[in-house]
Design a protein around this ligand. Structure first.
Ligand SMILES: [Zn+2]
Ligand SMILES: [Zn+2]
Length: 319
């Protein structure tokens, strides 16, 4: 089995690298914090052994993702509804606008489009809005026929005689009109299209970093790694399972926070694997991270972080 152990940087080397960087950035400040009054200031006198109070070994996990934010899934749905229902629908219009930025978009990705509304004459009533039926009261005759029993002459003999008058339900026409149930009397139905929002396609590289040290520099470290991953040495893994099983042996140390970080980065990784808009573009890097708690000669506390192996590491500090 190949040696998967990575050598963590020497503490003096980390301190030295930080010291040089800090002196380059602001030598006056170094002099103020570490110098002695009346003596010539020398960087050589500033040593890790003297000013580093405590050291914790942590770890960080990094991988990069390419996220493509593109159009919503293709497809067109058509709805045909009555006039009152079309007026209750929320329509959208993109006429005259360019492509839409998906990250800024709030709401559904598939939306009813205003310009697509079309009137469709109702088939049930042939666009009249009503249906003509035979009058039920007069059975379509327009007349009500009754038979009177009439008492005839002196003897008052009972005699049946017909009597007819116009039907009051259909005003004597024999027909009655009722609103069409399909279009509810509105003559038309309304057809509209439900279409994807016209998003523009944007491909962005997203660096993912999780560290057990919980520094304030995660964003800075992440962006640095994204630009210069080759300048830092970490242990590379092809999948999280492998990382989980070899992390402790690779680092040569272990703690609860590292374990938690690996679990949380693993679930991040899985969600990117499932995300159809995302593509993981790098291997997974495990970096040793060393957190130093230091104090200047003047008593000002600060921290130094290293990320990477003894051969290639980067240094961060809030000095
Ligand atoms: Zn109708
Ligand atoms: Zn009638």
């Amino acid at each position: 089995m190949p040696d998967i152990r990575i050598k963590t940087p020497n503490l003096d080397d980390i301190f030295e690298k930080w010291k040089q960087k800090a002196a380059r950035t602001d030598r006056k400040r170094m002099e103020k914090e570490f110098g002695t009054k009346g003596a010539v200031f020398s960087l050589d006198a500033v040593s890790g052994a003297e000013y580093v109070k405590d050291t914790v070994k942590e770890a960080a996990i990094y991988f990069a993702v390419k996220k493509s934010l593109g159009p919503a899934p293709k497809g067109k749905e058509e709805n045909t509804v009555t006039a009152p229902r079309v007026s209750r629908e929320q329509f959208y219009s993109f006429k005259g606008s360019g492509k839409i930025n998906k990250e800024e978009w709030k709401g559904n990705e598939i939306i009813p489009q205003f310009e697509s509304i079309q009137a469709v004459p109702c088939k049930t009533c042939k666009g009249k809005g009503y249906i003509e039926n035979k009058c039920k009261t007069c059975k379509g005759t327009g007349k009500i026929e009754e038979t009177f029993t009439v008492l005839v002459v002196e003897e008052q003999n009972k005699e049946k005689k017909p009597f007819t008058y116009p039907c009051g339900a259909c005003y004597g026409t024999g027909n009655r009109t009722e609103p069409c149930k399909e279009c509810e009397g509105h003559k038309n139905l309304y057809k509209y299209e439900v279409l994807p929002v016209p998003f523009q396609t944007v491909v962005t590289g997203v660096p993912i970093l999780q560290s057990s040290a919980q520094t304030k520099y995660e964003k800075e470290i992440r962006d640095d790694l994204h630009k210069m991953i080759e300048d830092v040495e970490g242990i590379r893994f092809n999948n999280f399972k492998e990382l989980e099983s070899k992390a402790e042996a690779s680092l040569g140390y272990w703690n609860k926070n590292i374990k938690k970080t690996i679990i949380s980065a693993g679930s991040d990784y899985k969600s990117y694997e499932k995300d159809k808009d995302a593509q993981i573009t790098t291997q997974i890097y495990l970096f040793p991270m060393i957190q130093m708690y230091a104090e200047t000669k003047r008593g000002r506390r600060f921290e130094i972080y290293s990320l990477g192996s003894g051969t290639k590491f980067m240094v961060y500090s809030n000095f």
